[in-house]
Design a protein around this ligand. Structure first.
Ligand SMILES: Cc1ncc(COP(=O)(O)O)c(C=O)c1O
Length: 429
């Protein structure tokens, strides 16, 4: 127990009463005591196709025997091209250039660097500021932490990358218990204009948002909000970057939240369900215009972007990713998610009468439930998470919000089981 320093965990508290998974299959985990535990948050929103998919395991095993590793700088392996093609088949038209990373955090920092490089290539290197949002979560590397807005993720870690300003978040008290997109709040997007005019629009590189703010508790964008951001970015020459690490690959009922909300960004950051989490991987989808500007600015035989990771486009991750794309396609999982969404959201919102619950939000196959806080922020959420685990339900809690995001292979009976366990446990808090 002593040597493993666990991430985002109260290590001392955890080690007094460990919660250990030893096996998984489909929509379920099993713990070290043999208990079967329903997975209400797809691991960490990543196992969209369910756990331990044999197709993925087989593809990874075969690849590991054929070619375990090849350097991604100045050499390549075939699956990298094939996987990029498969991802680009799904991304919105024109966002066809795929840069591979190893995590969502790396995707975010990569996207920031691509934004800098794009403006630099066009002779607008003065565009070095980023606009993001309060309550945002853009991973844990220093670029992403600078963009993020959740206080505990920033507080101990210095000032971060200079030149980041935050718009207000989109949670409004009048939108409590609203299912789907709230009617009010679109005007909050005008914060982007206000900040642009305060700093000078031609100093802003990009506006970075999660289309649905996920980790902070599922804040669904008000109607018209993302459209207004797009409009303002176009007016002021600012890139719009959607962080779709959680919302990507069917979570919203379409391939991406960009499709569900009908707003096309210039860059998208991806990870999690990209490989069904069977291998660590992230990706950045980049528009033709940005890609071409960076390429055209470099001499013919020169490296266009001085960026990349030893494990970019790792063969095992590409194999897992291609097998995942096959499952998404063959099983129609995005469509299945769209079909199940109403039932899922109705079932979750039916919990609204439980006294400990102060708000519920949701869209697609993602919902956030706020629990009445105790004196120490986050304690109520942690206690709820532990009580749910004891009742054989796994989910992600952030602060005092519980996040529900079942695997997209779930059936109605799984949603019923999740909601029954939520009701029994949260009613007893
Ligand atoms: C929107 C968003 N961006 C980035 C990340 C970071 O991803 P990772 O944990 O793979 O670095 C996350 C993780 O939850 C996320 O939700």
């Amino acid at each position: 127990m002593r040597n493993y320093w666990m991430p985002f965990t109260g290590n001392r508290d955890f080690k007094t009463d460990p919660r250990i998974f030893v096996r998984a299959e489909g929509v379920y985990y099993w713990n070290d005591k043999g208990d079967k535990i329903i997975d209400a948050s797809s691991g960490l929103f990543c196992c969209a196709a369910g756990h331990c998919r044999k197709e993925i395991a087989d593809a990874v095993y075969a690849q590991m025997q054929a070619l375990d590793y090849s350097p991604p700088f100045q050499t390549a392996q075939p699956l990298a091209f094939e996987f990029a093609r498969r991802v680009a088949e799904l991304t919105p038209a024109g966002l066809d250039h795929i840069f591979f990373t190893n995590s969502g955090s790396e995707s975010v920092d990569t996207a920031m660097k691509i934004a800098y490089a794009y403006h630099y290539a066009r002779g607008e290197g003065q565009r070095q500021r980023f606009i993001s949002r309060e309550r945002a979560y853009h991973g844990v590397n220093l670029g992403g932490v600078s963009l993020s807005g959740m206080i505990k993720n920033r507080q101990a870690f210095g000032p971060g990358v200079p030149g980041v300003a935050h718009m207000r978040h989109t949670w409004l008290p009048e939108n409590r218990f609203v299912k789907g997109q709230p009617e009010t709040g679109a005007e909050l997007a005008n914060d982007l204009e206000r900040l642009a005019l305060n700093y000078g629009p031609d100093t802003i590189a990009a506006c970075f948002v999660e289309p649905i703010a996920g980790s902070t508790g599922c804040l669904v964008p008000p109607k018209g909000y993302l459209e207004r951001l797009r409009e303002l970015c176009d007016t002021y020459g600012i890139l719009l970057i959607f962080d779709e690490v959680i919302t990507g690959f069917g979570r919203t009922g379409k391939a991406f939240a960009a499709d569900s909300f009908g707003v096309k960004p210039d860059i998208m950051t991806l990870a999690k369900a990209l490989t069904n989490a069977a291998q660590p991987m992230g990706a950045v989808a980049v528009s033709d215009e940005i890609h071409d500007a960076i390429f055209n600015a470099a001499p013919e035989k020169a490296i266009e972007l001085f960026h990349g990771y030893t494990y970019s486009a790792h063969p095992a991750a590409c194999a897992a990713g291609i097998a995942t794309m096959d499952i998404f396609k063959n099983e129609g999982l995005f469509h299945k998610a769209a079909e199940l969404s109403d039932y899922f959201l109705d079932s979750i919102f039916a919990l609204s009468d439980i006294p400990a619950i102060t708000d519920i939000r949701g869209y697609g196959m993602l919902a956030g439930i706020d629990i009445k806080p105790e004196d120490q922020p986050g304690l109520a959420g942690l206690n709820a998470q532990k009580a749910l685990f004891r009742n054989h339900l796994n989910l992600k809690a952030t602060g005092d919000s519980l996040l529900v995001a079942p695997p997209l292979i779930s059936e109605r009976a799984h949603i019923d089981e999740i909601c029954e366990k939520l009701r029994v446990t949260l009613a007893a808090l």
